[in-house]
Design a protein around this ligand. Structure first.
Ligand SMILES: [Zn+2]
Length: 213
């Protein structure tokens, strides 16, 4: 039995409606045909394939080294998801694949980890080749962390939220400052009014005392 140290995830780079009228097994046969007839390999290059509906399909037996990443086939397991045509490196899983595929991939990785150990490395083909495959960051997705594009969006949201809060704070500060000024004006006006009233009363009392009634 060969030693397994790593799982490498791929995509078939096919459109979502690839061989839509065929069965999942027929789609796997087509991929096998590319690898055997077109590439001249002994069998399909991947050990597992996951169809759009989430069906898990067997490729090459695990006991045999696959043909999916040059220089990394001897101790790895290759899993390929149907989809990903025209995809790019930094996309989110959901941009190219179905939730059912995600569920199956998580379960399969969990099963392989319990079989080969939790220190099994999980990678994407893009880490070993200048390719978009599998069109998402596998470890980020596994850890439920957002992809870079979403992170940028959330940073923008955070920035606008911060701006909104500081804007509101600024307005609140201005309002309280205005209130303070208004209060001072009112108090000052009240004081002036009271002094004027006292002065008028004093003048009247003086006049009254002087007999000018
Ligand atoms: Zn690949």
């Amino acid at each position: 039995m060969r030693e397994i140290n790593e799982i490498i995830v791929h995509c078939t780079a096919t459109p979502p409606n690839f061989m839509a009228d065929a069965t999942p097994a027929q789609r796997v046969d087509e991929v096998r045909r590319w690898h055997v007839e077109d590439n001249g390999w002994s069998d399909i290059g991947y050990h597992y394939l996951i169809d759009r509906g989430g069906q898990l399909l067997n490729g090459r037996p695990i006991s045999k080294a696959g043909a999916h990443v040059k220089g990394h086939n001897s101790d790895t397991i290759g899993i390929s998801l149907f989809g990903g045509k025209g995809g790019t490196k930094d996309q989110a899983f959901e941009d190219n694949f179905t939730p059912e595929q995600g569920e199956t991939l998580r379960k399969l990785i969990g099963r392989l980890q319990s079989e080969y150990g939790l220190d099994l490395k999980i990678s994407g083909h893009q880490e070993y080749a200048n390719k978009a495959c599998p069109c998402f960051d596998v470890r980020r997705w596994l850890n439920n962390r957002p992809v870079r594009t979403s992170a940028v969006q959330s940073t923008t949201l955070q920035a606008s939220a911060t701006a909104a809060v500081s804007g509101a704070t600024g307005v609140a500060t201005a309002v309280s400052a205005l209130n303070g000024t208004a209060q001072i004006v009112i108090i000052a006006a009240a004081c002036v009014g009271a002094l004027a009233l006292i002065w008028i009363m004093q003048e009247r009392i003086k006049k009254w005392a002087a007999g000018d009634r």
